[in-house]
Write a protein that binds this ligand. Structure first.
Ligand code: ATP
Ligand code: MG
Length: 627
């Protein structure tokens, strides 16, 4: 069998971490359950997901679990009627969860607000009624240009309650960016705030909305709703702008749930734009809620006493699925923090964990690498003993940062779950569970019900140890339904590249145990003297040097070798840049990866360019090199 486009795999990580016996005893899903679930899903995929769907409330059950007659336009739970908010709020207020904390919010200046499920339910209903009074109806779109505030959660749920499609635009984006999104999405209402706190500054969002809306790029836009947060002065257009307080003040705290078809859109959310122009991904009520609910409860092995904190911004998919919808569907307490991780100093996250007794902390490798630069003195100042599970998503988690997280934050007691998934997948796809045997740097195995593989361009599985393209071979419930304003995307970008399989755009390898190792993005594969190497492997090798905090490697043309690697690195706080260190790093790469990876040069940087969701923007560095 030929294997076009197979990658070399140079990095070998031998460390293995077995689950603590207590974790296995206490786990809701132990290793036998996990094996049984995999077997069930392998023998009957639809029965497996139907069982997951039965755990939620539906107004009308489905005719069919999966309609694949128009593949790749897959439809889940066809004929079913539901509303995700009914499952996230209403069904909890009938139970003891009614008085449980749903949301703990901390503002950057140190203020805090908390909502029980009942309080959140009432707040959502008030705003749902307020939006209805503004004329918003099922199918209308609402842009939320909002930071991490309780009203952001409330607005998302209020929209979903009435069948409006929410689209969060990250609060770090400029007016120009917002304008583009508004033009693309054509909302009826925009919800924003006067201002909010970020790294000690007040960021004025309403002002940005005013700029974005100059010369009316949005024909359908009727109203702008403004939440008070920073009490900065804003201009209010009396024909268009309303204060949130005025909208909700006289509204009833009960609102009916719109009866949605399982495949009606729930939200539009753009990808991070790491590889170019962000894509507007559309998710629907039914399948999304089933996939997110199941993965949230299983991956994090949820217990009734958990306090869950996902530090991602709701402006990207992790915030949607595992800050807002997942925790609320499961009836747990979710924590949200408004501000910057380094404000007022680099222990803020550890302070929040100890203050609220966070038991599950889900973050990103970027965040960990940033905090690692300050060493262990900050985590050592806080009581992190409530933590039982750690998780990460967003970028390859280099083993050194993984180990730092495991030892310094989890005190070698908490499993670190490296979860692989995307805006498009909606839910975690490849990930360990707390009872899994862990290998730092590996996302381990696909979850039950997910058929993932590593293949060549012709769709053949590549042998263990070789790299290839990461694909998903069967549909899954939380899969996106479409890409905004791009009817051909489903085939052109996802299901038609390797026919019949979902092409994730990442390269990976599987080891002898069937564990997946993400090697980077398919677009970022380096081609050095005929060897194809994933950028993540070279970056991982660099960050395994004790002085390096973060690293990016890009390919630059070379007359002799075709392509050589150029690296950009940031150093940990007490390391100094020098010619000796440069040489040492080049030698280190050779020791770690062998002689074929030729590093042309290493540039020391104070900071690396990142996307809004904190991912390193290789593209920006490449463009800089090319110009
Ligand atoms: P765009 O699609 O616009 O280029 P993006 O792919 O970064 O942006 P997201 O959907 O937010 O947008 O991110 C998904 C991607 O993040 C994955 O395809 C993968 O490259 C990376 N990723 C996510 N989780 C992991 C992980 N655990 N390990 C390695 N990479 C990961
Ligand atoms: Mg992507």
């Amino acid at each position: 069998m030929s294997h076009p486009e197979v990658l070399d795999s140079l990095l070998h990580e031998e460390r293995v971490f077995r689950p603590l016996p207590q974790m296995i005893i206490e786990a809701g899903i132990n290793p036998q359950d996990l094996r049984a679930a995999r077997d069930r899903a392998d023998s009957d995929l639809c029965a497996y997901w139907e069982e997951a769907a039965e755990e939620l409330d539906w107004f009308t059950k489905w005719d069919q679990v999966l309609d694949d007659s128009k593949a790749p336009d897959y439809k889940w739970f066809t004929g079913a009627r539901c509303n995700i908010v009914y499952n996230a709020l209403d069904r909890h207020i009938e139970t003891v969860n009614k008085n449980r904390l749903a949301l703990i919010w901390e503002g950057e200046p140190g203020d805090s607000r908390q909502f029980t499920y009942y309080e959140l339910y009432r707040a959502v209903n008030r705003f749902a009624n307020g939006l209805r009074a503004l004329g918003v109806t099922k199918g209308d779109r609402v842009v939320l240009y909002m930071p991490q505030l309780p009203e952001t959660v409330i607005s998302m749920l209020a929209c979903a309650r009435i069948g409006a499609v929410h689209s969060l635009v990250f609060s770090g984006f400029s007016a120009k960016h917002l304008r583009e999104r508004i033009r693309e999405i054509q909302p009826r209402v925009v919800v924003t705030v006067d201002g909010f706190y970020r790294n000690g500054q007040v960021i004025r969002l309403k002002e940005a909305v005013d700029h974005a809306l100059l010369d009316s790029p949005a024909e359908k836009l009727e109203s702008v709703v403004v939440v008070h947060r920073a009490n900065v002065e804003v201009e209010m257009d009396s024909a268009r702008d309303y204060w949130y307080e005025d909208i909700v003040r006289h509204e009833r705290a009960h609102a009916s749930s719109e009866i949605m078809d399982s495949n009606d859109p729930l939200f539009i959310l753009h990808t991070s734009g790491t590889a170019g122009k962000p894509k507007g991904i559309i998710h629907s009520h039914g399948g999304y809620m089933v996939g997110v609910h199941r993965t949230f409860k299983w991956v994090f092995d949820l217990k009734p006493t958990d306090i869950f904190w996902c530090s991602a911004d709701p402006g990207w998919i992790t915030g949607h699925s595992y800050l807002v919808y997942g925790p609320l569907l499961a009836g747990t307490t979710t924590v949200m923090y408004e501000g910057h991780a380094l404000y007022p100093q680099a222990d803020r996250l550890w302070n929040i964990i100890s203050k609220y007794g966070v038991s599950i902390f889900y973050t990103s490798p970027t965040q960990i690498r940033t905090l690692m630069r300050f060493g262990h003195r900050y985590p050592d100042q806080h009581d992190l003993s409530t933590l039982r599970i750690l998780g990460a998503v967003g970028e390859p988690f280099n083993p050194e940062a993984w180990i730092w997280f495991y030892e310094n934050i989890g005190k070698s007691q908490c499993p670190v779950l490296d979860t692989w998934w995307q805006t498009e997948t909606g839910m975690i796809m490849i990930s360990p569970m707390p009872v899994s045997v862990l290998k730092p740097g590996s996302v381990t195995r696909a979850l039950p019900g997910i058929d993932a593989d590593v293949v060549d361009l012709e769709g053949n599985s590549v042998p263990a140890g070789k790299g290839g393209f990461l694909v998903i071979k069967k549909p899954w419930p939380a899969m996106f339904s479409a890409v905004l304003n791009d009817d051909r995307a489903l085939v052109d970008h996802y299901w038609g590249i390797i026919p019949g399989m979902f092409y994730a755009g990442d390269v990976a390898r599987k080891d002898e145990d069937g564990y997946f190792w993400i090697q980077g993005r398919a677009d970022d594969v380096l081609n050095i003297s005929g060897h194809r190497v994933g950028s993540a492997e070279v970056e991982s090798a660099l960050t395994s040097h004790p002085d390096v905090a973060e690293a990016v490697v890009i390919g630059v043309p070379d007359k002799i070798k075709g392509e050589v690697a150029k690296a950009f690195v940031t150093l940990i706080y007490d390391a100094m840049e020098s010619d000796e260190l440069h040489k040492e790093l080049v030698d280190h790469i050779h020791r770690e990866l062998g002689p074929i990876v030729v590093i042309k040069s290493i540039e020391f940087c104070d900071e690396l360019p990142k996307t809004s969701s904190g991912k390193i923007k290789r593209l920006t560095l490449k463009e800089r090199e090319d110009s």
